[in-house]
Each structure stands twice: as structure tokens, then as C-alpha cells.
Design a protein around this ligand. Structure first.
Ligand code: IPE
Ligand code: IPE
Ligand code: MG
Length: 260
């Protein structure tokens, strides 16, 4: 991603991970609910749309920080299946913003080896956006850097319904024995197929809910909620989230090791 004054190909401005973070215990996959754009704008007496614009800048710098600090995948919630219920003007603004940002940033994403994918029911998006998504997905598919997943018209329940329909069709056609359906076969039908489950979920703006995000994949994610509004999310806020993650004791249903 470009960050003035450096260009996308100039990596001399790479930022190193903060010294007090343990590089061996970073989450591999961070999921992000970018919330609070509207409140950020309203608190400044600005229209909500300005909050969405500022939110794009926060996403660009967060992606770059994650990549620089050695996180392998970032999955960000950009537009939910429920966000269509917002006023048409806001929905249209967001769709146009996604198009503009994708057009403006594609070269930098390519140069920085980011592999971008869009997760969600993409057929409901405007044609132009669908085209840009297809181009960006294809042109970055063999990139070897961070996996950047943008959830657009994404809903966790919708994702599970689509997966169930596909499995049921294969079973009805005699290609699949229902008894063979297991967690792996369901995971393989999700938009996130091939991606490891997120180990950290960050939600901004102080809301303690997951709002239909990655319902299956977040089964054992650590959850970090910050009061920071998304456009204000910066390196310090990311560092706080990662330090919080490193303080967690992940048991996965088991017990702590007994100390000798
Ligand atoms: C998140 O910010 C962005 C999207 C959901 C598209 P909001 O627009 O939800 O901001 P608030 O929650 O109203 O402050
Ligand atoms: C979640 O934020 C969706 C995105 C960040 C894209 P919302 O603002 O839509 O969530 P709720 O309505 O507060 O649950
Ligand atoms: Mg919100």
C-alpha cells in the first residue's frame, strides 16, 4: 500500500515490530471488525461518509503494519449482509469508495506481494466492483506476502447456508455420503477455505458483539475489544491488541499444564 512520501515499491520505510512483542507468539491470522466510522465523523461534526474515508486510511496502514510485523493473514469486515439496510446514499457511497480504493491501490498491493481476496456473496455487488474484484484477485493470486481478505457483502449465516446447500446438492447427486461430512468438509465449503482460522479478533468502537462475522471460524479466537474508533486505529492500538493476545492463556478446552 502506498504511504507518502515512499512509493509502493520502496520498502526502506518498513516498520519493525515493537520490541516488547514476542515475534514467536504473534497471531498468524487477525480478523478485524472495523467499527465506529460514523461515530468518528459525527463527533467531529462531519457527515458519516467522511468517517468511511478516514477508515480506508486506517485499513491501509493496518495492513502494512500487519505485513511488516510478520502476521500472515488479515481478514477485515468491510460490508455485512445486514449493512444493506442502511440509507441508500450511504450504501452507494461505500460501493463507490470500494471501487475507487481498489483502483487506486492495486499497483501497490501487487508491488508489496499482498494476496487479496474478497469474501462474501459477491454477485450482489455492483458490476463494476465485481470486475475490479476479479482483476485484483487474479493479479495478486500468486503473491507470496500477507493474505488480505476483505469481507464484502459477507454474513456468517449466509456463508453457512451456502455451504450446506453445496454439500446437500452433492449428497443428493450421490457424490457424497452424509456420514462423511465432518468439520473439514464444512470448512472447505466456506469463503475462507484454505485459510487457517483467525487466532485473534479485534473489534473497535467498544461494541462487544461479533455481528454475524466468521461465525464458524472464530470458534477459538481470542477477542480484543478496544474503545478506539476505527479511523483512529493506529500502530499503538495494534500493538495493544497483540500484547493483549500474548497475555492470554489459550486452553482450547483443556487444562493448564501442571507446574512441577
Ligand atoms: C463501520 O463503521 C463501517 C461499516 C459498517 C461499513 P460504522 O459505519 O458502523 O460506524 P458507526 O458504528 O455507525 O459509528
Ligand atoms: C459490523 O459493523 C460490520 C462491519 C464492520 C462491516 P456494524 O456497525 O454493521 O455492526 P452493528 O450493527 O453495530 O452490530
Ligand atoms: Mg457500526
Amino acid at each position: 500500500m502506498s504511504r507518502p512520501p515512499a512509493t509502493g515499491t520502496d520498502r526502506t520505510d518498513r516498520s519493525l515490530p515493537p520490541a516488547n512483542l514476542d515475534p514467536d507468539r504473534l497471531p498468524q491470522h487477525v480478523a478485524l471488525i472495523m467499527d465506529g466510522n460514523g461515530r468518528w465523523a459525527e463527533s467531529r461534526g462531519l457527515p458519516r461518509m467522511m468517517g468511511h474515508r478516514a477508515g480506508v486510511e486506517a485499513l491501509k496502514s493496518t495492513l502494512r503494519l500487519c505485513s511488516d510485523w510478520g502476521i500472515q493473514a488479515l481478514t477485515a469486515y468491510a460490508f455485512s449482509t445486514e449493512n444493506w439496510s442502511r440509507p441508500g446514499e450511504e450504501v452507494n457511497f461505500l460501493m463507490t469508495l470500494f471501487e475507487r480504493v481498489l483502483q487506486a491501490e492495486l499497483k501497490a498491493l501487487e508491488a508489496e506481494q499482498v494476496r487479496i481476496r474478497f469474501l462474501g456473496d459477491l454477485e450482489a455487488l455492483p458490476q463494476k466492483l465485481q470486475q475490479l474484484i476479479a482483476e485484483a484477485t487474479t493479479s495478486t493470486a500468486s503473491n507470496t506476502g500477507i493474505h488480505f481478505n476483505v469481507c464484502t457483502n459477507y454474513g456468517g449465516r449466509r456463508e453457512l447456508v451456502l455451504a450446506a446447500q453445496r454439500l446437500a446438492r452433492r449428497a443428493a447427486a450421490g457424490e457424497l455420503d452424509p456420514d462423511d461430512i465432518d468439520e473439514n468438509s464444512i470448512g472447505a465449503e466456506l469463503f475462507t477455505a484454505g485459510e487457517q482460522d483467525p487466532d485473534l479478533l479485534i473489534r473497535t468502537s467498544g461494541e462487544h458483539r461479533i455481528s454475524n462475522f466468521l461465525l464458524w471460524q472464530l470458534a477459538y479466537a481470542e477477542i480484543h475489544v478496544t474503545d478506539v474508533l476505527w479511523p483512529d486505529f493506529n500502530a499503538m492500538a495494534l500493538k495493544e491488541a497483540l500484547l493483549d493476545f500474548q497475555r492470554r492463556n489459550r486452553r482450547f478446552g483443556g487444562l493448564d499444564p501442571i507446574s512441577p
